[in-house]
Design a protein around this ligand. Structure first.
Ligand SMILES: Nc1ncnc2c1ncn2[C@@H]1O[C@H](COP(=O)(O)OP(=O)(O)OP(=O)(O)O)[C@@H](O)[C@H]1O
Ligand SMILES: [Mg+2]
Length: 330
């Protein structure tokens, strides 16, 4: 049994400009201890996917549908009080922007101990001790002093590390990490990634890692899912997908990446054109207007994600479906 099964997950936002289809029917599984890299251009639906997994879509304007099964429970059917027992506990999330998720009115210590008191029934003194240990583990100096400070007294990088320590406090089974290291310098970034890997080894934590840095994905993810305009357009084991990307969008993303095994960071390359307006999607394949190999039939029906005939791989481009057509990149 998979730890997480997501089926036909969709999130739309009813706005003044129309219905924004932020996530448009995605399905995937995750095993215990696995890392899934989620990549795609800005606005492709990565953060909304993560928020939806935790039932955190603001409603209105958001409307969510589909099923999320996690650890024997249908998360998508839970009430808000039941969801609160899961969030920050069995599923933890490290958000893109720590300032929006740390409470400016409470000390770091108060916010961390609350998590442990609520989910693990720890006493205040025990919770304080565990929180200090957690802060030390993410490389913060003088953890006891940090516990007494408020978020605004810390630098951006320090706040991000506090978020990560909070995410790991309850030893979650699933960690949703949305650009967890983007704001940090490379040394700290490597340290945090190593820490996440250690937690994963120790507790079998599954991790969904959203990042713009393909070097980070190549170094940490077992599998990669590529999102475009609210859908997964290609999925597969990391090394295979990087070596022979099938979907033209994935090929575009990877085309300017010189060497994935070098230690410099690689941002997604820019593909000519812009992603479609999610409130006014073109008919057919959403990538067709920017696609170098598009044919007239591509604008008729929107293709779904299908197995590509190679174990563990799938892609949503019928024209790229045959692996023999796709040469390994130099
Ligand atoms: N509350 C909201 N109301 C209306 N639209 C929203 C709302 N939240 C997100 N969206 C839209 O949903 C789409 C997907 O957003 P999302 O934040 O998931 O993108 P992303 O892939 O995480 O991008 P980035 O890489 O920039 O973080 C965007 O078009 C965004 O404008
Ligand atoms: Mg995002």
């Amino acid at each position: 049994m998979a730890l997480l099964t997501v089926k036909d997950l969709a999130v739309r936002f009813e706005t003044h400009h129309g219905t924004v289809r932020a996530v448009d029917g995605i399905s995937f599984d995750m095993e215990e201890g696995e890392t899934l890299g989620l990549v795609g251009e800005s606005g492709s639906g990565k953060s909304v996917t993560n928020l939806a997994l935790l039932g955190l879509i603001p409603s209105p304007p958001g409307v969510m549908s589909g099923q999320v099964h996690f650890d024997g429970q249908e998360i998508s059917a839970l009430s808000e009080p039941e969801l609160r027992k899961v969030r920050g506990n069995r599923i933890a999330m490290i958000f893109q922007d720590p300032m929006t998720s740390l409470n400016p009115l409470l000390t770091i210590g108060r916010q961390m101990t609350e998590v442990l008191e609520l989910h693990k029934g720890r006493s205040r003194s025990e919770a304080l001790r565990l929180s200090a240990t957690g802060l030390g583990e993410v490389g913060l100096s003088e953890p006891e002093k940090r516990l007494a400070q408020y978020p605004h007294e810390l630098s951006g990088g320090m706040r991000q590390r506090v978020m990560i320590a909070m995410g790991l406090l309850c030893e979650p089974r699933l960690l949703l990490a949305d650009e967890p290291t983007t704001a940090l310098d490379v040394t700290i970034q490597a340290q945090i990634l190593e820490l996440m890997a250690e937690v994963q080894r120790k507790h079998g934590t599954a991790i969904i890692l959203v990042t713009h840095d393909l070097g980070v994905v190549a170094g940490t993810a077992d599998r990669v899912a590529v999102m475009y305009a609210g859908r997964i357009v290609e999925e597969g084991p990391t090394s295979q997908l990087f070596q022979t990307p099938h979907h033209p969008y994935t090929q575009g993303l990877l085309s300017s990446v010189p060497r994935l095994d070098s230690d410099t960071s690689h941002d997604l390359s820019s593909i000519p054109g812009t992603p479609p307006d999610l409130a006014d999607m073109p008919s057919g394949c959403a990538f067709a207007p920017r696609c170098p190999i598009a044919q007239p039939e591509c604008t008729k029906t929107r293709p779904g994600l299908l197995p590509s005939g190679i174990a563990g791989r799938s892609n949503a481009c019928p024209l790229a479906a045959s692996p023999s057509q796709t040469e390994a990149r130099p």
